[in-house]
Design a protein. Structure first.
Lengths: 102, 607
């Protein structure tokens, strides 16, 4: 059981770091890094729960695969947006990107 | 019974078709009245053979409509059909080139249909309905040339007079039906006692109004403004005859007192209307006054207790008077007027028309062997034979004398004097109608008395004294009218006779003025009360509308607007959340997720 708690603790730390990163950074790339970390934490948790609580089912693994796909897509879309932004404005600083202000 | 119904339905269908198609009015009217004539004649033949036909039609609940073809009604129906047909034949010529032919022929057909319904009715309800319908159609036909001055007044006058007298019929029917418990005519005629007297008096009032008896005679002469065929039909077999027909049909009901009154009223009319006819300066008005007088003689015959004499005189008079009117219509077309001073010599210019006119006129006067001689003889004999002979016989004789006098006067005026007339359009049709009716007027004398006897089972009254006195009166009247100018004959009576014996406006004061005053009062009531009520209702509606507009503006509109304002303000607040800064929004998302986590945790702990 100890191992589960260790894994959960690692996941929590990862999530905290990712959250902090996403909130504190102003660069789009860095924000996405934070988001990646949070997703990674979620995956750690999922794997830990599957491995230590229900190793007989594969549903947990499936979830991880789904999250991984989402990560890949997020990367693709996010970097696409970043590239377009950079080309148009010469910067990906999110403090300057206020066009969507209501 | 279908035959008898055809007599009603054929002219009715013709009227409907004329109005619907609006073309060929004359041909349709001829076809309709001709079919009616054939049906009527067939009915008469079958009834004369001893059959009595009747039919019950569904009418009002509890008041079925009955048709009855017994000898009396079948004979009357035949009279109506014959006269109606020949008058329509004549009208084809008379109306050539005149306006409103659709209206005219539809009205004539409808008139004949309504009259057939009246004579064939076996039921008070149907009789009353037909009675009203002939009143309506005569109003329409008298007012045919409504654009001319005085015509609408004359039509209204005729309508008002007859309608006022009709109240008597209504009341009589109420009395009879309430007393006998059925609306069928024949059982109600067995009513006796006070109810019979009351109903008889009321019926007499109705008959006097329709038959233009003194003192209700004024309207008939004014009705002469209608086209001449209308006058011919009106006077001979339809509207005016309806009164006499009513008295003849209800004669078994009448008590001695009512009979005496009817006889006196008829006699007085024969006398007064005869004087009026003698003084008249217009041919058609002369004939109208003579109509009143002849129906007076019929009422006198009913009053003398011999309704069969009245019936045969009615039939003969129908042919005679329609022929006279048709002749006067030809003269009218030739000279453009019916004033006697303009008609002088018109007869000499058109000898064939004059022949027909003269035959009918002499028949009216009662010259043997023309029809009027036989019927007038019967009336005189009835008067001499009645219990009230001292009262009735002199009146009847005076009426006969006057008839001779005014007939001779009219003939004299038409024959003497010179002057040719213009050509007459449609003379062939007019001549055909006139010839047929004049022939009937001449020949009916041979046929009518035996027919009347056969049909009614009563003997025609006879009397040597009556015959001699009647002939003397007739010939004396004719000689008087031919030889003596009417001014000298009438003397001081001339002026009141020319005014139609209307003391102080006559019955106008009794009938027309109250009716008009009632109308004015109704108009005032309408203006004052109904109008005001309607206006105030409108004003109230406006006030309600204004109030509702106010609440709408102040209440509902305000509510809706404040809702919109609130929503917009809320939207403004919500907009401030949307900064466009990515990390700020991420923070919000994280905060929201944390909040959700807390809620879920609490929820999970709760279970």
């Amino acid at each position: 059981m100890m191992a589960l708690y260790v894994a959960l603790a690692v996941g929590a730390v990862l999530f905290g770091v990712g959250l902090y990163g996403a909130l504190s950074q102003t660069n789009l790339v860095m924000i996405m890094m934070g988001v990646e970390l949070m997703l990674g934490a979620a995956m750690v948790n999922l794997v830990a729960f599957w491995r230590f609580l229900h190793p007989e089912t594969y549903a947990g693994q499936m979830f991880v695969l789904v999250v991984m796909t989402v990560m890949a897509l997020e990367m693709a879309v996010g970097f696409g947006v970043g590239t377009a932004r950079f080309r148009a404005k010469g910067s990906v600083e999110m403090e300057e990107a206020r066009e969507l202000r209501g | 019974m279908i035959l008898a119904a055809t007599a009603i339905l054929a002219p009715l269908a013709a009227a409907a078709l004329i109005l619907a198609l609006r073309r060929l009015p004359a041909a349709l009217a001829l076809a309709g009245t001709g079919a009616g004539l054939a049906a009527s004649a067939a009915t008469l033949l079958r009834v004369a053979g001893g059959a009595s036909l009747s039919a019950t039609l569904p009418g009002l609940p509890g008041l079925p409509l009955r048709l009855l073809a017994e000898p009396l009604t079948a004979l009357l129906s035949a009279v109506v059909a014959v006269v109606g047909f020949f008058v329509v034949v004549y009208a084809v010529g008379y109306m050539e080139g005149e306006g409103g032919r659709v209206r005219f022929f539809a009205g004539m057909s409808f008139f004949v249909a309504a009259m057939q319904a009246l004579v064939l009715a076996g039921d008070w309800v149907l009789l009353l309905a037909a009675w009203e319908l002939i009143g309506l159609s005569s109003y329409l036909l008298i007012g045919h040339r409504h654009e001319r001055e005085g015509v609408p007044q004359a039509a209204t006058r005729a309508f008002l007079y007859t309608r006022t007298a009709d109240l008597g019929l209504y009341a009589a029917i109420f009395v009879l039906v309430a007393h006998a418990g059925t609306s069928e005519i024949s059982p109600t005629l067995q009513t006796g006692g006070a109810a019979a007297t009351a109903a008889g008096l009321l019926l007499l009032v109705a008959a006097m109004g329709k038959s233009a008896q003194t003192p209700l005679q004024g309207w008939l002469q004014d009705a002469m403004v209608g086209p001449t065929p209308v006058s011919a039909l009106l006077h001979s077999a339809t509207l005016v005859a309806a009164g006499a027909i009513l008295m003849i049909r209800t004669s078994p009901l009448l008590s001695p007192a009512v009979l005496l009154l009817a006889g006196l009223a008829g006699g007085a009319t024969a006398l007064l209307a005869g004087l009026v006819a003698l003084a008249e300066r217009d041919l058609k008005r002369l004939l109208a006054a003579s109509t009143s007088a002849q129906y007076g003689l019929m009422l006198l015959a009913v009053g003398a207790g011999s309704s069969v004499a009245a019936l045969v005189h009615l039939a003969a008079h129908a042919a005679i008077k329609s022929a006279l009117f048709l002749g006067s219509g030809v003269f009218q077309h030739a000279r453009g007027s019916t004033r006697l001073d303009r008609l002088e010599g018109a007869g000499r210019a058109r000898p064939r028309t004059f022949l027909g006119f003269a035959v009918a006129g002499l028949a009216l006067a009662g010259v043997p062997p023309l029809s009027g001689y036989f019927t007038k003889d019967a009336i005189l004999a009835a008067a001499f034979g009645s219990p009230y002979a001292p009262l009735l016989a002199p009146l009847a004789l005076a009426g006969t004398l006057l008839t001779g006098a005014y007939v001779a006067r009219a003939l004299g005026l038409l024959w003497r004097g010179a002057g040719a007339g213009g050509p007459v359009k449609g003379a062939r049709w007019m001549g055909a109608g006139l010839a047929a009716l004049a022939l009937l007027a001449a020949a009916l004398g041979l046929a009518v008395p035996p027919i009347g006897e056969l049909l009614t089972g009563q003997e025609l009254p006879e009397g040597a004294l009556a015959t001699v006195a009647g002939l003397a009166a007739t010939l004396g009247g004719l000689a008087l009218g031919w030889l003596v100018p009417e001014d000298r004959m009438l003397g001081p009576l001339r002026a009141p006779a020319e005014r139609g014996f209307r003391p102080g406006g006559g019955l106008d004061a009794l009938v027309a003025r109250p009716a008009l005053a009632l109308g004015r009062a109704a108009a005032r009531f309408d203006d004052g009360v109904v109008h005001a009520a309607v206006l105030s209702a409108g004003r109230a509606a406006l006030a309600v509308a204004a109030a509702s507009r106010l609440t709408d503006e102040r209440g509902i509109d305000a509510l809706v607007l404040s809702l919109a304002r609130g929503t917009r303000r809320l939207g403004g607040r919500a907009r401030e959340l949307q900064t466009g800064l990515v990390h700020r929004e991420l923070l919000l998302a994280a905060g929201g997720a944390a909040l959700m986590l807390v809620v879920l945790t609490i929820g999970a702990a709760g279970t």
